[in-house]
Design a protein around this ligand. Structure first.
Ligand SMILES: [Cu+2]
Length: 607
């Protein structure tokens, strides 16, 4: 389909949705959003009590004045996207009621397309096959309703090592439909879960982008980072969630730029602006900071205040659907060094005795889905200070992520104190019993690769199918009706994975349940004490005989990682369009030799 036609159809669908939802908006929109240029308020804090955090969330939808579909999590007191604050060992009991009134446009994931064209009997058989293998609750309404575009949803607890099973962190079978009874998530935060910033968001294949881009996301904080890094004791802490959404002013010219310097706008098949390669121009999407929008082209700044010189811990989540961030603090034109203390929920140097607990950085790359935690010092009074994201070169096929400001930071003595503060005299965390991942011998090396295929090879704007393939297998878009794993691994093992990028755009590799260590970046050895769950894989230039790659050491030692779960690109439109695979981690079945290698590679066959 030509991009223009696709764009026209999408606009029609959105317009129809808008009419349907505006009709019932007399009480104001279900998802309330702050105005541009305002103070950045922090999400409400919901804290566990006596080892339990009980939360009731409603998943709602509404259409804003610009016709954009918003989604939100609202607690019983009407607060949106609250911070869920738990301690290691706590139980989280979260009931989720789907109250979305809008249909959610699904992307053209192959399985859904074929379902739409299937005879009713085929659909039913397909659904029964799924239901037969699952409990009713966790099969949700099945995929028939989803194929019809109903707003099914679920939750993924990104980064937390809880089992990928029903009522815990299953995203493959759990589907909660509007009108279903509230669905209860109930699980224990592992006693040894590293303290830091995790998050929750929906994970329904085919509509993840629409829901997350609409604002369905929130922070999940495992308390006690000061127990891992005593230098943080007593610091005030702040939570910033950066989200992306459709442009408020899609047809505006960039402001403050001579017209001759404006790079031309080229749209991709989704109607998003392609990477200009200049670091400037119209962005693919607008950004917001704790929902305060910073819309193109004037970027009215959100406002952050803090006491001059005050040290604070900033916890930043990139909850964007497709936007890469490269954050920088600029005081009087100078990029400031900040102390990075945690990435993807895990304090630096965790497991790794004697390694740095903080790294000084003057810019911080954060892929969609990634988190960073760093120490900031407030600007002196009267100093011009801002938080910006610098451009990210996403490759010739990627979206445009230009340099743009997000917030002004105002240092003033009477700035209100952040609501939350780390404890003053933390009890140090016990040392973990696991060896540092970097010093464990992997049992095997696997290779996977990202690739893209145009549906019409002669039309660069035709729809694209996205693949994430185990090397040697035939590329196949993710099929949500299949539970056959692409990879089988064993709990207790450590594996090296090479992730290659054979496409001309940047991708963000993410795997559920486990973390990994980045060993090599484009062939260069990396020596870092950072564990991640999401990492950028650089784009191919279309010429180099060697594809860009990263090498990861993936940690399957945690028993909570046993089960079936996905790995995928965290650019959600890529995931929705097939860039996902399944791994099954089985219990250990064999004894290890002294070097940690398996005596046999036999893999037990299941179904
Ligand atoms: Cu991708």
């Amino acid at each position: 389909m030509h991009g223009l036609v696709a764009g026209f159809l999408a606009a029609m669908v959105w317009a129809m949705l808008a009419v349907g939802t505006l009709a019932q908006s007399s009480a104001g929109p279900a998802c309330k959003r702050p105005a541009a240029g305002g103070a950045v308020e922090e999400p409400a804090d919901l804290r566990s009590e006596n080892g339990v955090l009980r939360v009731e969330l409603a998943f709602r939808s509404s259409v804003d004045a610009a016709g954009r579909m918003n989604f939100c999590y609202v607690d019983k007191d009407g607060r949106e996207s609250p911070n869920l604050r738990v301690h290691p060992g706590d139980t989280l009991i979260l009931s989720l009621k789907n109250e979305a009134t809008a249909k959610i446009p699904t992307s053209a994931a192959p399985v859904i397309t074929s379902m739409n064209h299937a005879a009713p009997g085929e659909v039913k058989m397909h659904e029964e096959a799924r239901l037969g293998a699952k409990t009713d609750e966790c099969a949700g309404g099945g995929i028939k309703e989803m194929a019809a575009g109903l707003a099914s949803t679920n939750l993924h607890f990104h980064g937390i090592t809880v089992p990928p099973v029903c009522h815990e962190d299953d995203v493959l079978h759990t589907m909660i439909l509007p009108g279903d009874a509230a669905f209860e998530y109930r699980f224990q935060i592992p006693k040894d879960e590293p303290p830091g910033l995790y998050w929750y968001h929906p994970h329904i294949h085919g509509s993840t982008k629409a829901q997350v881009m609409g604002g369905a996301s929130g922070a999940l904080i495992v308390e006690g980072i000061e127990r891992a890094n005593p230098e943080l004791a007593g610091l005030p802490e702040r939570v910033f969630v950066i989200r992306d959404q459709k442009l408020l002013n899609p047809n505006a010219a960039p402001s403050g730029v001579a017209s001759g310097a404006i790079p031309p706008v080229v749209l991709d098949a989704d109607g998003d602006v392609k990477n200009t390669g200049t670091g400037t121009g119209r962005p693919a999407l607008d950004l917001s900071l704790n929902f305060v929008p910073v819309p193109y082209p004037d970027y009215p700044l959100a406002v952050i205040t803090m006491k001059p010189g005050e040290r604070q811990l900033w916890r930043v989540l990139n909850a964007s659907a497709i936007t890469y961030l490269n954050l920088q603090l600029i005081y009087e034109g100078q990029a400031q060094a900040v102390r990075l203390v945690a990435v993807d929920g895990i304090p630096l140097g965790e497991q790794s005795l004697g390694r740095n607990r903080a790294i000084s950085q003057n810019h911080l790359g954060v892929p969609p889905g990634g988190r960073i935690e760093f120490e900031v010092s407030g600007p002196p009074e009267g100093v011009r200070a801002s938080l910006v994201t610098r451009s990210v070169n996403t490759g010739p096929g990627g979206e445009n992520d230009p340099t743009r400001p997000l917030a002004t930071i105002i240092g003033k003595a009477n700035a209100p104190e952040p609501r939350s503060r780390l404890t003053d005299a933390p009890v140090p965390l016990p040392h973990g019993t696991l060896a540092w991942l970097g010093s464990v011998t992997p049992v095997r090396t696997r290779k996977l690769y990202f690739s893209e295929v145009l549906q019409d090879p002669h039309d660069p704007n035709s729809l694209t199918t996205f693949f994430l393939t185990v090397d040697g297998e035939t590329p196949k878009a993710f099929d949500m009706s299949s539970d056959t794993p692409n990879i089988v691994a064993h709990q207790g093992d450590v594996e090296d994975w090479i992730i290659e990028n054979r496409s001309q755009e940047l991708h963000a590799f993410h795997i559920h349940q486990v973390h990994f260590l980045l060993l090599e970046w484009f062939g260069l050895a990396v020596n870092e004490a950072i564990l991640r769950d999401t990492v950028n894989v650089p784009y191919w230039d279309g010429k180099n005989p060697v594809y860009p790659r990263v090498k990861l050491r993936v940690d399957f030692r945690d028993p909570n990682a046993i089960g079936l779960f996905p790995y995928h690109c965290h650019l959600l439109e890529h995931e929705d369009s097939g860039m996902m695979g399944l791994i099954r981690v089985d219990p250990p079945t064999q004894t290890h030799g002294d070097d940690g290698a398996r005596s046999s590679e036999a893999i037990p066959t299941v179904k």
